[in-house]
Design a protein around this ligand. Structure first.
Ligand code: NAD
Length: 351
């Protein structure tokens, strides 16, 4: 078979090492001299650590990042950044924190330095979004892509096992859908397989011993790969379902990905058997969907949407939203089959 693909590399400066946060001052100086430091309220201490490292270049620690980036929070944050006349954004935290930085950067074209403390992968993508009236709006713009990323496994040692596991599976989901993406290409596929390998071997170790620096480093490496492939190629059914569920029912992002992934993979299995083999090989199992479900059990993750706040009567609305606009997926999108997929995920059935 002759190859045919289009590949576009995404520009980011990556500093990956244990203790990388020490380089915050030098790295921020490449981008600006008045930094708006963003965190969630729970991670404010990390924002303050950044402020200490930046000294007079730190203008404020803004701890108002929230899950799903509500539109109102974006409007308030943008005006605060302008009022303080900042010239760069430092986002330390998970995808929610980096998401708020991107929403500010979109309007005001400010460069972002991201310090991820979860495995969402957002730090290396040009994808950003916000939620308004229960709908999650997602778009891609090159200028929201963080210019510099500091990956420091030490910052993830305190990430509780209950957040670490699902966050890592969120990154696995990026890798899985990159492998059967409409725009898949050989380099991205290599990264995706390696991402699944790194995350599936490290997550059980992390849940067992959250302070295992080697496993944390491995998981962060997998998360970087997951983010790279998410930014490089289009996603499919799984990501669509998770956006719909997150926006419509305010479900936690990573947990939703974790629960839905084995079912979305089972849905696509017959359409792309060669990709299923790659996923299974990377997981070290014989069946991709079963292996992903077993990984969820091994890391003690939730396996049922009903357990994370999804109302059963919401399934019909989710099917409607997930099938409203045509989009690429290896297996055809059929409302009845999607309803069955969501019912299985709601119940927590094995795929
Ligand atoms: P999150 O950022 O909401 O963080 C989850 C929880 O973990 C929060 O309570 C946070 O305060 C806490 N936390 C983060 N780091 C911690 C640490 N080191 N120690 C202890 N607690 C910590 O969750 P997430 O899954 O990282 O991100 C989800 C958001 O990111 C969603 O809005 C999703 O849409 C977005 N996302 C975007 C992209 C993209 O490319 N644009 C990719 C993936 C996810």
């Amino acid at each position: 078979m002759s190859l045919s693909f289009t590949y576009e590399g995404l520009p980011s400066r990556i500093v990956f090492r244990t203790g990388a946060l020490d380089e915050l001052g030098v790295e921020t100086a490449r981008l600006g001299s008045r930094a708006f430091i963003i965190s969630t309220r729970g991670q404010r201490h990390l924002g303050e650590r950044c402020a200490d490292l930046l000294g007079e270049k730190a203008v404020v620690v803004y701890d108002k990042a929230e899950m799903h980036t509500p539109g109102e929070s974006v409007r308030v944050s943008r005006s605060e950044a302008m009022r303080l006349r900042v010239d760069c954004l430092v986002a330390i935290g998970g995808g929610s924190t980096i998401g708020l930085a991107k929403a500010i950067a979109f309007e005001h074209k400010l460069p972002i330095l991201a310090v991820p403390t979860t495995y969402s992968g957002s730090e290396v993508t040009p994808i950003w979004g916000f939620t308004e009236d229960g709908i999650k709006h997602v778009a891609r713009h090159a200028h929201v892509q963080p210019r510099t990323v500091l990956y420091d496994p030490l910052l993830t040692l305190g990430l509780p096992p209950g957040i670490s596991g699902p966050s890592g599976v969120n990154a696995i989901a990026h890798c899985v859908e990159a492998l059967y993406s409409e725009t898949a290409n050989p380099l991205v596929s290599l990264m995706a397989e390696e991402g699944i390998r790194a995350l599936s071997r490290s997550l059980p170790k992390i849940v067992n011993d959250p302070r295992d620096v080697g496993a944390r480093s491995d998981a962060l490496y997998g998360a970087w790969l997951g983010g790279c492939v998410l930014g490089a190629v289009g996603m499919a059914l799984h990501h669509k379902l998770c956006h719909v569920l997150g926006g419509a029912f305010n479900l936690p992002h990573a947990e939703t990905h974790t629960i839905v992934l084995p079912h979305a993979v089972a849905y696509n299995a017959a359409a792309v058997p060669e990709v299923m083999k790659k996923i299974a090989d990377a997981l070290g199992v014989s069946d991709a969907a079963q292996g992903l479900f077993d990984l969820n059990l091994a890391i003690g993750a939730w396996v049922a949407l009903k357990d994370i706040g999804m109302p059963q009567e919401g399934i019909a609305r989710a099917v409607e939203l997930a099938t409203a606009n045509p989009y690429y997926n290896p297996a055809p999108i059929r409302p009845e089959a999607i309803r069955q997929l969501l019912s299985n995920a709601w119940e927590g059935n094995r795929p």
